[in-house]
Design a protein around this ligand. Structure first.
Ligand code: FAD
Ligand code: UDP
Length: 410
């Protein structure tokens, strides 16, 4: 069956048991679960003109499958999550490799034993590797923060090298902050790896949907009971009622088409946008993507090259290396990061983690705590740095809870 696309003006809200805002993994998994396992009628409200959130991919003019909102590689340690996504698509095995362009020489990232040999020469590297093994153990991952804390002059030399040549400039470009200023969990995503394993991720399950992510989402959402309104902003159709007129007044109800909606509302957009930024906008980083197509089979030595010491962009990705697609042309994409300033023209890609921003977010979240049927979920609505697998796990958990509450598990 095909997607049930409808116009918001034509729908009768009383026909629905649940409303889902956003059709990324957070919203789409919930919609499918509530419809399939609970027999619920679900209305998806999606601001963009297409489904699939940031995972959206499509063929460009050269016929190359490209990701429109950043390169997405699926990886997880969670078999349950992988089994779940396998229901909706065939998968190709894919192991992601990233090289840092270090003044024209390529270093494997995460920085590892092989990178050490390129950076320090074989003899010195052998000595430093042994030292790393003695202090941290072999096949261990060590964050740059941990490495910098090591009380040893030789390990400090390694730490300084990695800090300056892998993390510093890339992080400044990506976040407008130094690695010392970003939340440690951010740089911890890419630790130094005392190993010969050159893969970017070590997760048990890794791959790409064979026909692309959009096709996977089409399969997931083409289901009786799921209707989708595209190009519809929740802010324009939700009528928020508050307990009183004060600035911190909590939500009393969300009305849709003049009536308080009492079924579950799963909200996966930014919380500050829902409340028109009344406490000031939450800070995010946005990205500009620049595509280039070449009459060459391949342009890069691997799927992603990170520019850790030069260039204004952070990284370049070559899509054919992700999808395995064959063509005598190739499309690459450069990513430029900057501050998110305008919700009308920009997309908030990355929450900027930290205590102050978490408190700012909590202030918005507390407005919703009074409304039992409102469920913020996902990278935007929770103001977190989640990968796809975590979102799917959380969406499955929330769906279980909602189905149990409704007594509709079947
Ligand atoms: P999204 O995919 O952002 O979906 C939210 C949806 O809600 C969007 O479609 C949006 O249009 C819609 N929406 C928002 N506000 C409203 C509104 N007011 N009304 C209606 N609709 C609204 N994860 C990985 O596991 N591997 C990767 O390789 C990877 N690469 C990434 C690269 C980049 C550049 C970025 C930014 C993220 C990457 N991620 C990756 C993370 C991944 O994108 C997220 O985990 C995933 O998108 C989260 O799903 P979501 O449904 O929470 O959010
Ligand atoms: N990072 C870096 N240099 C690199 C790779 C990563 O400095 O070559 C830092 C940077 O701060 C980045 C963070 O590690 O934002 C997380 O990297 P990851 O690849 O997980 O970022 P994402 O793919 O989510 O943008």
């Amino acid at each position: 069956m095909a997607l049930n696309i409808c116009e918001f003006k034509d729908i009768d809200i009383e026909d629905y048991d649940a409303v889902v805002v956003g059709s990324g993994f957070a919203g789409s998994v919930c919609a499918r679960e509530l419809a399939e396992r609970g027999g619920m009628r679900v209305l998806i409200i999606e601001k963009r003109s297409h489904i699939a959130g940031n995972m959206y991919d499509e063929y460009d003019e050269a016929g190359i499958l490209v990701h429109r909102y950043g390169p997405h590689i699926f990886h997880t340690y969670d078999q349950h999550v992988f089994d779940y996504v396998r229901r909706f698509a065939g998968w190709i095995g894919y192991q992601h490799h990233v090289l840092a362009d270090w003044y024209g020489t390529y270093l494997p990232v995460p920085f590892n034993k092989n990178s050490m040999e390129i950076a320090f020469g074989e003899e010195k590297a052998a000595h430093l590797i042994q030292k790393l093994i003695d202090v941290f153990g072999d096949e261990r991952k060590v964050t740059i923060t941990e490495l910098r804390e090591a009380d040893d002059p030789e390990l400090s030399e390694v730490a300084d090298f990695v800090y300056k040549n892998v993390f510093l400039y890339y992080t400044q470009k990506q976040w407008g902050l130094t690695p010392d200023e970003v939340d440690p969990s951010v740089t911890a995503r890419v630790p130094v790896f005392i190993s010969r394993d050159d893969r970017y991720f070590q997760d048990t399950y890794q791959g790409m949907p064979a026909l692309g992510y959009t096709a996977l989402f089409e399969e997931m959402l083409s289901y009786d009971g799921i209707d989708i309104c595209l190009s519809t902003d929740a802010a324009s159709i939700f009528d928020l009622e508050f307990e009183d007129a004060s600035e911190d007044a909590k939500l009393a109800a969300i009305k849709i088409k003049g009536k308080a909606f009492t079924g579950p509302i799963v909200y996966t957009g930014p919380l500050d946008e829902l409340f028109c930024g009344r406490f000031g906008r939450l800070p995010y980083r946005t990205l500009d993507f620049v595509y280039e197509t070449y009459d060459e089979e391949y342009k890069l030595p691997c799927a992603t090259v990170n520019y850790t010491v030069t260039e204004d962009y952070t990284r370049i990705t070559e899509f054919k290396r992700l999808s395995g697609q064959r063509s005598d042309k190739t499309t690459i994409m450069k990513e430029y990061s900057r501050a998110y300033e305008d919700p009308d023209t920009q997309i908030p890609y990355y929450a900027i983690l930290g205590e102050e921003n978490a408190a700012h977010y909590q202030r918005y979240l507390s407005l919703t705590s009074s409304l039992d049927n409102f469920h913020p979920l996902g990278r935007l609505a929770e103001y977190r740095y989640y990968n796809m697998d975590k979102i799917i796990e959380l969406a499955l958990q929330l769906s279980d809870e909602l189905l149990a509450e409704a007594g509709k598990q079947r």
